[in-house]
Ligand binder design. Structure first.
Ligand code: GDP
Ligand code: MG
Length: 176
């Protein structure tokens, strides 16, 4: 018997870290060097089958609203999971993750929300890495108690992208 779950997933992070690329790579199996920064509410629904569960994930990409914090509330309000994305070549983008976490702490029930951290642009790591893996891992462990809630990926090389959504779905299933 297949059981079903539905989850709202908010994808947050500084502009240009690769949030739209993550969704596009996963849902459409494509990558673009230039992605449009659309303004307006947008989500896509994707289905993952895992451990006898059919997970319908509603992926909310905060397209273009990163600069307008007031508008981002609608992305994470009622979210069952949040994917926090940073760019491993940008110190700024990693600091921004903590700004998001502090905002989430004020506005959502952290106990009820799955948090997953994603370091994107792993293809640029040789020579350009600014954020060490261990530093990000220690950070997410401090926040969630789960040091495995981090993946470094490359949307460009399609490295680790699928794993992000399976890891997330797995965490949502285990909470049922
Ligand atoms: P968003 O503003 O967070 O939605 O970021 P985008 O998805 O629009 O990506 C911003 C820029 O980073 C675009 O030029 C992408 O092509 C580029 N980009 C996204 N993912 C990767 C990646 O894995 N590696 C590299 N080298 N560039 C990437
Ligand atoms: Mg975008």
């Amino acid at each position: 018997m297949t059981r079903a779950l539905e989850a709202k997933v908010a994808i947050l992070g500084k502009q240009a870290v690769g949030k739209t690329s993550l969704v596009t790579r996963y849902v459409h199996q494509t990558f673009a060097d230039r992605t449009p920064s659309t303004i307006g509410a947008s989500f896509v629904t994707t289905k993952i089958e895992l451990d006898g569960w059919e997970c319908r994930l509603q992926l909310w990409d905060s397209a273009g609203q990163e600069r307008f914090r007031a508008m981002t509330q609608m992305y994470y309000r009622g979210a069952n999971a949040v994917i926090l994305v940073y760019d491993i070549t940008s110190e700024d983008s990693f600091r921004d993750v903590d700004t998001w976490v502090q905002e989430l702490k004020k506005n959502v029930d952290m106990e009820q929300t799955v948090l997953f951290l994603v370091g994107n642009k792993l293809d640029l790591a040789p020579g350009k890495r600014k954020v060490e893996y261990t530093r990000a891992r220690d950070y997410i462990k401090k926040i969630t108690g789960d040091e495995t809630a981090l993946l470094e990926i490359s949307c460009r090389d399609d490295d680790g992208v699928i794993d992000v959504f399976y890891e997330l779905a797995g965490r949502l299933v285990r909470r049922q």
